[in-house]
Ligand binder design. Structure first.
Ligand SMILES: [Zn+2]
Length: 332
């Protein structure tokens, strides 16, 4: 028996007859291959000096384009989005949590949403993707919350805010950010967009209150990870510099939210920035720094895994994704 006859026929005589007598001959029913919607992987590893970094996805969220950039005309928005081959009706934002293993500490930068953003069932996948990446929640030493928005903060505790997701971690947050959200008679308490987020924030922050440490601008989160004050999106919004030896990475958090619009139109005021003018000013300054320093950049909302470089494009900027690395080594 020839090799290919053995391969197809061994123990499957009737199946082969079925195929020959069935679909291949044009008659009868046959099983169609199942259609899977899952994508693997939900994590991406690379190295930075002596540190190992793993981007772990919490999934995605999506918003109408006019909610993100409400002051631009539809024609202006469409032109930028179409130039990047993006849909013009709604924009999908990735949720790229960054795990940093410094050798001494395991640090998460942001915590995802843990499925609490109810109209967005595509979010809340952090725990399953951490498991896939072999990162155990009880091994996390530090969680840096860049700012107290649902997709960054709410994942620190379960659906009822009774159990911390990372039981042994300390939670580090910008001093100005914590002071803003904890102020009495909060200005956002009855706000149409932010009121519900404010009240959920209070519950979630209460779940970790005994474990919170605040950090000031340029303060150390842990050795090798430094806070950078980037106010505007929220008052105490914090970006991050990660350094190991001569290798460096800047982590934007929500200074940028979209590959095309944030870089091509950094001065557009963004609907989800609490201080619209300061948000735009911070965005241009931060992108300017990334381009000048030619430093590797990690982003929370850009296409997974959100690692790349910022380059100048006229008076604005452009995003260059790093090449995918299959061996967990430094991307280019
Ligand atoms: Zn965000």
């Amino acid at each position: 028996m020839s090799l290919d006859r053995r391969y197809f026929l061994a123990g499957t005589g009737s199946a082969v007859v079925g195929l020959v007598g069935g679909a291949w001959s044009g008659g009868g029913a046959h099983a169609r291959a199942p259609v899977s919607k899952s994508q693997v992987p939900g994590f991406y590893r690379f190295s930075l000096g002596q540190f190992q970094l793993t981007v772990v996805s919490d999934g995605t969220i999506a918003f109408p384009a006019e909610a993100l950039w409400p002051e631009a005309t539809k024609a202006e928005r469409d032109a930028v989005l179409m130039s990047d081959f993006q849909p013009t009706d709604k924009s999908t934002l990735q949720l790229n949590v960054l795990a940093v293993n410094t050798g001494e500490r395991l640090v998460l930068i942001d915590a995802g949403s843990r499925g609490k953003i109810k109209p967005q069932p595509t979010a809340g996948r952090l725990l399953q993707n951490l498991a896939a990446a072999d990162i155990k929640p009880d091994e996390v030493d530090t969680v840096l919350i860049t700012h107290a928005h649902p997709d960054h903060l709410w994942g620190v505790a379960d659906a009822t805010d009774t159990e911390r997701t990372f039981p042994n971690a300390e939670y580090v947050i910008g001093e100005a950010e914590l002071n803003f959200w904890m102020q009495p008679q909060h200005p956002l308490e009855n706000h149409a967009r932010w009121g519900g987020i404010y009240s959920q924030n209070m519950k979630t922050l209460a779940a970790i209150k005994d474990r919170i440490r605040t950090v000031r601008p340029d303060g150390e989160v842990v050795p090798g990870i430094t806070a950078i004050a980037t106010p505007g999106h929220t008052p105490g919004h914090t970006s991050v510099q990660i350094a190991s030896g001569s290798s460096q990475l800047l982590c934007t958090a929500d200074v940028v939210g979209h590959r095309a619009v944030s870089l091509q139109r950094p001065d557009w005021r963004v609907g989800f920035d609490l201080d619209l003018d300061q948000g735009a000013k911070t965005r241009r300054a931060f992108l300017d720094r990334c381009a000048s320093e030619k430093v590797m950049v990690s982003t929370y909302h850009l296409p997974f895994p959100g690692i790349g470089h910022v380059v100048r494009a006229g008076t604005a900027f452009s995003w260059l994704s790093s090449d995918w690395s299959w061996d967990g080594v430094s991307p280019t």
